[in-house]
Design a protein around this ligand. Structure first.
Ligand SMILES: O=C(O)C(=O)C[C@@H](O)[C@H](O)CO
Ligand SMILES: [Mg+2]
Length: 383
């Protein structure tokens, strides 16, 4: 069998799907994207496709190594997201050829179902209680919200109080009948992370995510030393070679590699195993579409240390497109009571893509960009 063509489709809300065709008619799908840089990743996919078209798609490991090591420059969000989407499609094809879900090809399941969580509150956390109540009614009990709005490198007591008040209202409304992670989203500097973590400790969030930017990862052990709240990060780390430094330094309790940013299934299975050796939990990042989410779940089902899976249904970014829109077999990603995802039954990734809708919506995909925030003094603020 040989790969004959790779086609990319940018679609609303801010995703991109990759279709990989073969000379035997088997088709695989992937979801390479960097949110806000879809066109850049698209160009990278088509540059890298020179190393894939004409190759046997069964040779996933050799293709992955060729894509990674074949270029002198490597790593980073764009290249590793392009590799991720290609890798996902290769696994999809392999599963379809062998008639097995990807998790079976990876040694079989270690769990019967996978706990997921959903977002509430939007970019500037608001309406949290009502949104939690609505999702509780649908069986979800685990959530994530942004931990704060813009935060100056030395933030005000008022800004700290505003962040704490949001969390206090959750505990006041629900006690400990709900769990929630706080995503600092890289908005907070090292000095302020110390302040916020201390003030939030009494409310016992499930985890604090990106308490500082990934490029400030040397602060994770220092922040972890002052709090019992688990520290989570990983959506902006793109390979084993980045995660190894974080795991060696310590301080991280949960890693969150993104299956569409960190090299795909081949790479993230290895990252998950590395984390297990350090007794670190896995909670893949996934604010994206169905193929990305399916790729995460296949890794979750074979990773003992997988603990929580992010999924984007109802997330504030999904204007113009939702996770299940692009699927023909929507029941494959229906989350049961408690927000659990069940193992895929179909071969490959288990997603039957609604190709007609993908093509139709790719005609007007939009060009999502993340907001550009500024502090009151006019300086750029981390979004
Ligand atoms: O889901 C998360 O944890 C996020 O931090 C969302 C962020 O990754 C946006 O998707 C970037 O555009
Ligand atoms: Mg995040």
């Amino acid at each position: 069998m040989k790969v004959t063509r790779i086609t990319t489709y940018r679609v609303p809300p801010r995703w991109m799907f990759l279709k990989m065709e073969t000379d035997e008619g088997v088709v695989g799908w992937g979801e390479p994207v960097v949110e806000g840089r879809a066109r850049t990743v698209e160009a990278a996919v088509h540059e890298l496709s020179e190393l894939v078209v004409g190759k046997n798609p069964a040779h996933i490991n050799d293709i992955w190594q060729t894509l990674y090591r074949g270029g002198f420059y490597r790593g980073g969000a764009v290249f590793m997201s392009a590799i991720a989407g290609i890798d996902q499609a290769l696994w999809d094809i392999k599963g379809k050829v062998l008639g097995a879900p990807v998790y079976e090809l990876l040694g079989g399941r270690v769990r019967d179902r996978m706990k997921t969580y959903c977002w509430v509150g939007g970019d500037r956390p608001a309406d949290i209680i009502a949104q939690m109540k609505e999702r509780l009614a649908h069986g979800f009990d685990t959530f994530k919200l942004n931990g704060c709005e813009e935060m100056s490198i030395i933030g005000t007591s008022k800004a700290v109080d505003a962040a704490v008040a949001k969390v206090a209202q959750i505990r006041e409304a629900f006690g400990n009948t709900v769990e929630f992670g706080l995503d600092f989203h890289g908005r907070v500097s090292a000095p302020m992370a110390k302040v916020l973590v201390k003030e939030l400790e009494p409310f016992r969030p499930l985890f604090i995510e990106e308490p500082v930017l990934a490029e400030q990862a040397e602060h994770y052990p220092r922040i972890a030393a002052q709090t019992s709240i688990p520290i989570a990060a990983g959506e902006r780390m793109y390979s084993r070679f980045e995660f190894k430094h974080v795991l060696e330094r310590g301080g991280i309790s949960i890693i969150q590699p993104d299956l569409s940013h960190a090299g795909g299934i081949t790479e993230c299975v290895k990252i998950a195993a590395m984390a297990e050796a350090y007794d670190v939990a896995l909670a893949p990042h996934c604010p994206l579409g169905p193929i990305a989410l399916a790729s995460c779940l296949h890794v979750d089902f074979v990773s003992w240390n997988a603990t929580l899976q992010e999924q984007s249904m109802g997330i504030h970014y999904n204007k113009g497109g939702e996770v299940l829109d692009y699927m023909l077999n929507k029941d494959a990603l229906t989350l049961d009571d408690g927000g659990y995802a069940l193992p895929f039954k179909g071969p490959g990734l288990g997603i039957e893509v609604n190709e007609a809708l993908v093509i139709e919506r790719s005609r007007d995909p939009g060009d999502w960009r993340n907001p550009l925030w500024r502090h009151p003094d006019g300086s750029v603020a981390e979004w």
